[in-house]
Ligand binder design. Sequence first.
Ligand SMILES: Nc1ncnc2c1ncn2[C@@H]1O[C@H](COP(=O)(O)OP(=O)(O)OP(=O)(O)O)[C@@H](O)[C@H]1O
Ligand SMILES: [Mg+2]
Length: 405
Amino acid sequence: MSGADKHYTIDDKFITLKGNVIDVEVTAVPILFDNKRAIQVIVRDVTERKRAAQQILKERNRAEQYLESAQVMMLFLNEKGIVKMINRKGSEILGYSKQYIIGENWFEKFIPKEDTAKMKEIFASAIKGEIDFVQYYENPVLCRYNKVRIIGWHNNFVKDSSGEIYGVLSSGEDITESIRLKNELQKSNEELTRLSIHMRDIREKERLSLARELHDDLGQALTAIKMDLMFSMSSLREEDELLKKKLNSAMDLTAHSIKTTQQITSELRPSMIDDLGLIPAVEWYTSQFMERSSIKINLDIDVEESAFKNDFKINIYRILQECLTNAARHSKASRVSIKFKKQNNNVILTINDNGIGLESSKLTDPNSFGLIGLKERAYSLNGKISFKGKKNKGTLVEVVFPLNK
Ligand SMILES: Nc1ncnc2c1ncn2[C@@H]1O[C@H](COP(=O)(O)OP(=O)(O)OP(=O)(O)O)[C@@H](O)[C@H]1O
Ligand SMILES: [Mg+2]
């Protein structure tokens, strides 16, 4: 470098004629002027440039502060998967210092061995734009002492001014605990459902044995009494008017008790299901129902008895019973249409009333025990149940369960 090329620059502050203080950059360059050594001084007003630079610095500091105080992990990986930036929360989750983490290959160091290759491949393809970049995903991350934590990531490509991707900025939330709680909650929900189904099964069995007792014991006894009364009646003399009256009344009472016992027995356990099948039991129940209520039922059974698994029958019957009871109690409907249809390997049962419509809030109401029972019975059928209520247009309950094969 020749002497004439040398220059010296200093930052200074000047006061203008108006009395304002400005930032200046003073550059002094030795030159030859008229063949004599001289110094050329250039003064540049850099107030605006300095202010802009300070602003940038301030914003950068603020951004860094945000990153540091963020309650999520912030991570920047370059296009090779090398960690270029991680915030305080990130180093806290991983259990290593920032210095230790920065510069490491993310996939080789912080992804469990079994996932490394797959994750590396996905990352490389995403950077090259070969696959659609996933904005959110969850994956296990290997932390200090080989602890694995599940992180939910939100990702953003970082591009340079020419649009080239040079890295990925991700924010990651440690969701290990919430996943564990969710799983536990689901497990305990499943346990409760199983318990509830079990209790229902026990209740059905108890009803069955109670119905048998009533039928075999009380029923037989009442029939025996009735026969004895008839025998006594036939042995009466003409003049025993009073006794005859008493016996007649006892016979009426006995007949009434027999009927009541039969009714209770069939309420407890519709023996017709076991004796004749589900379809006759449903036909009998709906005709009884129409006699007792002002609702007209249209019953359309397009499946044969053999379509129903034996174990399912009582549950199907109870579902129908509850839906019709609900229709009578709540819907103000004048008609209910019941259909059994086959579709693929399933039976579809629909119960449709033309009433006021089931409000959707009732579906999630924990006190809707009838509706909860319907869901559990559908579950016992390995099936699905859905409810559709439309204001003043009625309610549709649809149960889909597997055919007996
Ligand atoms: N077909 C229907 N039309 C209109 N509303 C209905 C119908 N079925 C049920 N509901 C509404 O949903 C609520 C919950 O029904 P659910 O069967 O669970 O209870 P419930 O019939 O009131 O009592 P139970 O426990 O004796 O069945 C009912 O109180 C009623 O408001
Ligand atoms: Mg009900």
